[in-house]
Design a protein around this ligand. Structure first.
Ligand SMILES: Cc1ncc(COP(=O)(O)O)c(C=O)c1O
Length: 912
């Protein structure tokens, strides 16, 4: 290589993006090689790009040292053709990932040439069985010149019996190990040999900010245990092995060694380590329920129970429904069963492989217990609410949460104390609930001497539109006011977040684990006492609201629940959901949970759904890290492509973090993922510090500026272009990327947006001034004439007889059952002037049921709620067709004033 290229310091840290970017960089290298080859480019340009790429390629097994050396040799020999041919081959292999199974891809010479035996992973390419492939990171103090020999030694350990095949990847420092762990999603295990350096061989200022942000400043001591702790925080799913030189017993006994799966003594047999690695991966690969279901489906079973579809005979033999068998194939029917024994298990009382599968899911998601749920998170939420709340308990609930929580409160007879999210009126949507609002509600309850009645804080993380709470801060500050509060985090959309180090601390379980670690740290009591001394006796509400409160670690009872729609973000079939538990008091509510399962779970749960939950867990533990990063990368490329396209950006834009999260909640000053100053260190600071941050995979695409309302635009994308999406607002649609998306999906979306923008452009250019005026008027109506979002008003006094003076909780269940008494209800149409008269002169208009317009999808009225002018105004301006709980022909369903008066006079009922 030329001196110039070699002397440029290589950077390894500006590429904290997913696997697609790696492919792009290789493609770019091929283009440079081809340009050099045909004379339109130069060798220097190619070399510079190669130096850049090599720095990070060292963290991947493929192409590996030998192929990269050959590539470098071709360059040194000034052979542009050979260089471009090899670069093309490597690039193709990386993009198709064929090296995982095809030994030919590792060859250093082109087809037909002989192959150096030690270069090849000998067990790859066996055509008989498909063996999953992974990579193992080996952190070592051995000089880099020895790594190829060491790699050969590792490969010699492979046996035909191994269920998996892996390739070793070597690094020599703490920083490189950290960086490799972030960059290479194929790692399934890490072997850390004692005695390596701290500093990377490469130039990495952003990496340094990241390691410092992980509280790992540079120091002389690059301890293996410390590295294990850091890797554990970044990727807890990886198996870590430590190879100690001496003092092996001391290391194994150190509390920090909890992060490590096994400690080996350096001079011992390498084969043991190899077997441990395979066994560790097998532990994650195992899917106890799915495995048994597969076995069950292969058995010749005669059934005399009520599930004719099982075994499929009624279908295969039918002239009329055989197409169903052809469509699904026989396995589905062989795997259908109503049995709970004979290799299967009961979801309602699991004792066998479902129990085991749930325990494995608990491990994967960082919980103590997991319940598999086969009726969606709608059911998980109702189960949690029912199990944890009793009649008249108060729960602080985001009014904007999914309806399952509201219905859960009705079923439990608990009293919701609604708190409001910050409004995003311009886009007709809500954000998330500010912590100050939640603390104020708790302080009000305290002032009313009613803190004992509040049992739960129930919030949605992240929201549909992507607002992520600072879960740790919310829980800590609330626990500082009431140390035994239960938290129910609805993470319907956020289950995948567990598998990204950037999101994990902001998940319910991630935060709960961090709080747990803090509680057991002896420093925590001192921190608490210091703050108490600063706050003094009887601090004012203002002071408490303005302080980041620290709970008393001696009093805290950590009780955290999370629900997630596994089917929304992982590879589970629709309705597959999980309820995660991390609750030190779980033993006291376990029986209630069993009741909740009996209440809500079907006695005929679907086997395929349960199996898919088991398999989704396996996938996330083994490749979730890479998949989530792919989803983030796809989202960033959509954001980038739409923002940068001159025509699309004229009519459409995606809201950045600065638009989605008001400045007071973005303490770090983070602007957006597309801001020119943003890198991963900046994004990480936002994730750590901000009250709310934005999940980049949830993209609010404003379409009002193109003259479309959300519902209309969603329809156009679905009907005319086969692009499906879920949520809309008055002037936007929500795009979301997930673990399933590919770059081709991005290309299709961009192509379609170009086409739609071109059509608008042509229509406006050719249509004359009237068309332009009509377009401008439509945009104005969608973007500026937006109705104010109505806050929750209050429950009618008839439902607040045991409520406090300062808080707005109410008996929603009482209100709900009023609607069952037809004679006690009345209907008034929205346009009827009687509504305005009653608003002005009374008596109060009180809703008899939930009214939930889609969009925005939150209840603008709940049973027992007094309807205000703002709500009526909003309803009258609403132009959506789907409003649950409201029939325009009949009008609003209200509880009659005389019935309310009678109820208001009756004495309040309290729970026993
Ligand atoms: C925040 C939230 N929670 C729960 C649910 C219900 O989940 P599922 O569809 O799995 O029943 C939804 C559905 O959209 C949701 O948005």
């Amino acid at each position: 290589m030329s001196k110039e290229a070699v002397s440029r310091p290589s950077r390894i840290d500006q590429f904290f993006v997913g696997p697609g970017a790696r492919g792009d960089r290789w493609r770019n290298l091929v283009e440079l090689a081809e340009a050099w080859s045909c004379g339109s480019g130069s060798r220097t340009e190619f070399e510079a790009a190669l130096v850049d790429i090599i720095a990070t390629e060292e963290f991947h097994a493929y192409p590996g040292f030998k192929l990269l050396t050959v590539l470098g040799d071709h360059v040194a020999e000034d052979d542009a053709r050979a260089t471009s041919s090899l670069a093309r081959r490597i690039t193709r292999t990386i993009l198709t990932r064929s090296f995982r199974q095809n030994s030919g891809d590792w060859e250093t010479r082109d087809e037909g040439d002989s192959v150096a035996a030690d270069v090849l992973p000998p067990a790859l390419g066996r055509a008989d069985t498909h063996r999953p492939y992974f990579e193992v990171l080996i952190v070592t103090g051995a000089p880099a010149t020895r790594w190829p020999t060491l790699a050969t030694e590792w490969r010699r350990l492979r046996r035909a019996l191994d269920a998996f095949v892996y390739e070793p990847v070597f690094v020599g420092s703490f920083e490189d190990a950290f960086c490799a762990t972030l960059l290479n999603p194929d790692f399934a295990a890490v072997v850390i040999h004692e005695g390596f350096a701290f500093r990377s061989r490469h130039d990495a200022p952003i990496l340094r900010t990241l390691t410092e942000a992980m509280d790992q400043p540079e120091s002389a001591e690059a301890s293996a245990l410390r590295l294990a702790q850091v890797i554990r925080r970044v990727r807890p799913e990886l198996d870590l092995y430590l190879v100690a030189n001496g003092r092996v017993e001391d290391i194994a006994g150190d509390s920090q060694a909890n992060a490590v799966r096994r400690v080996f003594y350096a001079v011992e047999e390498l084969l043991e380590l190899h077997l441990a690695i395979i066994e560790g991966v097998q532990d994650r690969y195992d899917t106890p329920f799915f495995n048994n279901l597969k076995k069950y489906a292969q058995r010749p079973i005669v059934t005399f129970h009520a599930l004719p579809i099982a075994r499929g005979k009624s279908i295969f033999k039918s002239d009329w429904i055989r197409d169903m068998a052809e469509f699904y194939g026989p396995t589905l029917f062989l795997a259908e069963s109503s049995a709970t024994t004979g290799g299967l298990d009961s979801l309602l009382e699991p004792t066998g492989n479902i129990k085991k599968a749930q325990e494995m899911a608990a491990r994967a998601f960082g919980a103590d217990h997991v319940f598999f749920v086969t009726n969606g998170t709608s059911t998980s939420n109702k189960m949690a609410v029912q199990a944890l709340l009793a009649p008249c308990d108060i729960a602080i609930v985001d009014r904007n949460c999914h309806k399952s929580h509201h219905y859960g409160m009705v079923l439990a007879g608990a009293q919701p104390l609604y708190v409001e999210a910050f409004p995003m009126t311009e886009y007709s949507m809500y954000g998330a609930v500010p912590l100050r609002t939640i603390k104020q509600a708790l302080l009000n309850l305290k002032a009313d001497s009613r803190l004992d009645r509040v049992k739960m804080v129930d919030l949605t993380n992240c929201t549909f539109d992507g607002h992520i709470y600072n879960t740790r801060r919310v829980m800590e500050e609330c626990l500082a006011i009431k140390p035994d509060l239960i938290f129910l985090w609805d993470e319907a959309w956020f289950g995948f977040a567990r598998f990204s180090p950037f999101f994990r601390p902001r998940t319910a379980m991630g935060a709960a684990n961090d709080i747990e670690a803090w509680l057991s740290d002896p420093k925590s009591v001192a921190e608490y006492e210091k703050q108490q001394a600063e706050l003094g006796v009887n601090p004012s509400d203002d002071m408490l609201l303005g302080t980041r409160l620290i709970p008393d670690p001696r009093k805290v009872k950590l009780r955290v629940y999370q629900t997630n729609s596994t089917h929304k973000s992982m590879s589970a079939l629709r309705q597959g959901s999980m309820l995660l538990v991390k609750d030190v008091e779980f033993h006291s509510v376990e029986a209630q949970f069993r009741e909740a399962v009996f209440t809500h779970a079907s006695t005929s749960p679907n086997q395929q759904l349960i199996a898919s939950l088991d398999v989704a867990r396996r996938q996330m533990e083994l490749e979730g890290y890479g998949l989530v990063h792919n989803a983030i990368e796809i989202a960033l490329s959509i954001r980038q492509a739409i923002g940068a396209h001159p025509l699309i950006s004229k009519y459409f834009h995606i809201l950045g973090a600065d638009k989605m999260v008001p400045a007071p909640y973005r303490e770090s000053g983070f602007i957006d993922y597309l801001d020119s100053k943003t890198n991963w260190a900046v994004a990480l600071r936002s994730m750590r510090e901000d009250e709310f941050c934005l999940d980049p995979t949830r993209m609010t695409l404003v379409c009002g500026t193109a003259g479309f309302d959300g519902t209309q635009f969603k329809g156009i994308l679905a009907n005319d272009y086969n692009i499906q999406l879920n949520k809309t607002s008055r002037n936007s649609v929500l795009l979301q990327s997930n673990i399933n998306n590919t770059r081709s999906d991005v290309a299709q979306l961009i192509r379609v947006l170009v086409q739609i923008s071109t059509e608008i452009e042509q229509r406006l250019a050719q249509g004359g001034p009237n068309i332009r005026q009509a377009f401008d008027a439509r945009v104005k109506s969608l973007m500026t004439d937006v109705p104010d979002l109505p806050n929750f008003s209050h429950f009618h006094d008839a439902f607040r007889k045991d409520a406090g003076g300062r808080t707005n909780e109410g008996d929603i269940r009482g209100g709900f059952y009023m609607a069952y008494d037809a004679a006690g209800c009345e209907y008034i149409r929205l346009a009827d002037p009687e509504i305005d008269r009653r608003l002005h002169d009374g008596p109060d208009l009180v809703s008899a049921n939930f009214v939930i317009p889609y969009p925005p999808g939150f209840p603008i009225m709940v049973p027992g709620q007094v309807i205000t002018q703002e709500t009526i105004h909003f309803m009258r301006k609403l132009d959506v067709k789907e409003i649950h709980g409201y029939d325009a022909a009949e009008g609003l369903k209200l509880v009659r004033a005389d019935v309310l008066a009678r109820r208001a006079g009756a004495p309040a009922k309290r729970a026993a």
